[in-house]
Design a protein around this ligand. Structure first.
Ligand code: UD1
Length: 418
């Protein structure tokens, strides 16, 4: 089993370049199905989720060419169905975007029914509600979810829960529906806007992405186009936290500072200096930090994906901190691992109370999900002595060349291939 070993306690210093946004990429690649033509997607992160989606599309009859390490040419002209391979699709939750895209183009699609995972139950009722409102029938059999429609007709859809995935899936399905679709109480995350921009570049007519009302006027046909994925706000936030946690001085390049306001505000509250300069942020930290409270919220609130990495930072801040997780009920699996490294954390329901300690100690730990893995990386960078992280495939699903990037900032970190 592959592992990451960190000899902690080194200040991070230097410059790091942020890659394309995983969460946008994993929606944009399936969205190419709608084009029925050739798309060139640039600024893709080098992560396993992107590779898996490329393989799924190849399997479905698309031509997928890696032009360079960050650029993929996807030609979906010859695809004639969207029934995804079970074994590949089970590798990532985002394969459910093939439902919206396949429904939009072929009026039918099938993928593995996404199960719960280690961060919570993660139902997809809002996706189903949206597909049904557009006229599709949805069935779940033998672990697969199928959607089918004779015609897709635009509708007014009110989301009972603000869901990123459901907002994107409904946008995908509605781009070629007859008439107008309105999504009310839509998610506003930056990657919703990126996906909408990509769809518009393919010829869709979507307005309001980034607000809670998205209006889609159905068009008859889409075409291929070129698109550059936005920078990964979660990767950027993770490096901001890592810099702060090690008392470092790091310039984080290729970011959209507006997308990072929630994390910037919280780091400043702790006593970290954050200096904005165009599309880069400089993080200067003394390590003498004050504990704070965070509460995860939908965008533009504090992102749940940075809750776990942030918790690692709070373990060594002075005083008592409080973390309230409002999005995913099970997102505290990293806590037991942090405790094994000497953190003082008590979890009750959706709240973790963190009493700052003077330092963490290296230990053998295991990632239970992607962002829990990021939390352990940060804990390992802070800790005195050696930390060995197992289950690093979770980390590699979402962080582009993380070992190399951290090493270039001065971390003592290596990957052991087992
Ligand atoms: C996306 C992100 C993930 C991030 C999350 C919240 C991607 C690929 N992943 O996940 O990194 O942590 O947004 O910002 O973009 N819900 C329902 N019914 C539904 C759908 C969702 O009840 O049909 C609930 C979920 O259980 C959760 C909340 O809504 O409590 C938000 O989930 P959602 O925004 O859908 O998250 P994902 O799209 O899965």
């Amino acid at each position: 089993m592959d592992k990451i070993i960190i000899d902690g306690g080194k200040k991070l210093q230097g410059i790091v370049n942020i890659s394309g946004f995983k969460n946008a990429a994993v929606a944009i690649i399936p969205a190419t199905v709608l084009a029925g033509g050739k798309c060139i997607i640039e600024n893709l992160p080098q992560i396993s989720d992107v590779k898996t989606l490329g393989s799924i599309l190849t399997n479905l009859g698309a031509s997928v060419v890696e032009i360079d390490e960050k650029t993929m040419e996807v030609d979906t002209t010859k695809m004639n169905q969207c029934f995804a391979d079970y074994e590949m699709a089970k590798e990532l939750r985002a394969s459910y975007y093939l439902l919206g895209a396949g429904l939009g183009r072929f009026k039918k699609a099938r993928v593995i029914y996404p199960g719960g995972c280690s961060i919570g139950t993660r139902p997809i009722d809002q996706h189903i509600k949206g597909f049904e409102a557009l006229g599709a029938s949805v069935s779940i059999e033998h672990g697969l979810i199928s959607v089918e429609a004779e015609r897709l007709v635009g509708a007014e859809i009110y989301m009972d829960v603000v869901s990123v995935g459901a907002t994107i899936n409904i946008m995908l399905a509605a781009t070629m529906a007859e008439g107008n679709t309105i999504i009310e109480n839509a998610a506003k995350e930056p990657h919703i806007v990126d996906v909408a921009n990509f769809l518009n570049c393919m010829g869709a007519d979507i307005r309001g992405a980034g607000t809670d009302v998205i209006k889609i006027r159905g068009v008859e046909k889409l075409k291929g186009c070129n698109h550059m994925v936005i920078p990964d706000q979660i990767e950027a936030g993770t490096y901001m936290i890592a810099a702060a946690a090690t008392g470092g001085d790091v310039i984080i390049n290729n970011v959209i500072p507006k997308h990072l306001e929630a994390i910037t505000a919280k780091l400043k509250e702790m006593g970290v200096e954050v200096v904005e300069n165009g599309d880069s942020l400089r993080i200067i930290s003394s390590k003498n930090l004050k504990n704070i409270s965070i509460k995860t919220l939908v965008y533009p609130g504090f992102p749940t994906d940075l809750q776990q990495p942030m918790s690692s930072l709070l373990t060594i801040a002075k005083g008592t901190g409080m973390v309230t997780e409002t999005i995913f009920e099970g997102r505290f699996k990293h806590v037991d691992e942090l405790k094994r490294m000497g953190a003082d954390i008590k979890v009750e329901g959706r709240v973790a109370v963190i009493q700052g300690v003077s330092n963490l100690m290296g230990a053998k730990v295991a990632a239970s999900d992607l962002r829990a893995g990021a939390a352990l990386l940060i804990a390992g960078l802070i800790a005195e002595g050696e930390t060995e992280i197992e289950n690093i495939h979770y980390i590699e699903r979402g962080y582009d060349n993380v070992v190399e990037k951290l090493a270039s900032l001065g971390a003592s970190i290596k990957k052991i291939v087992g």
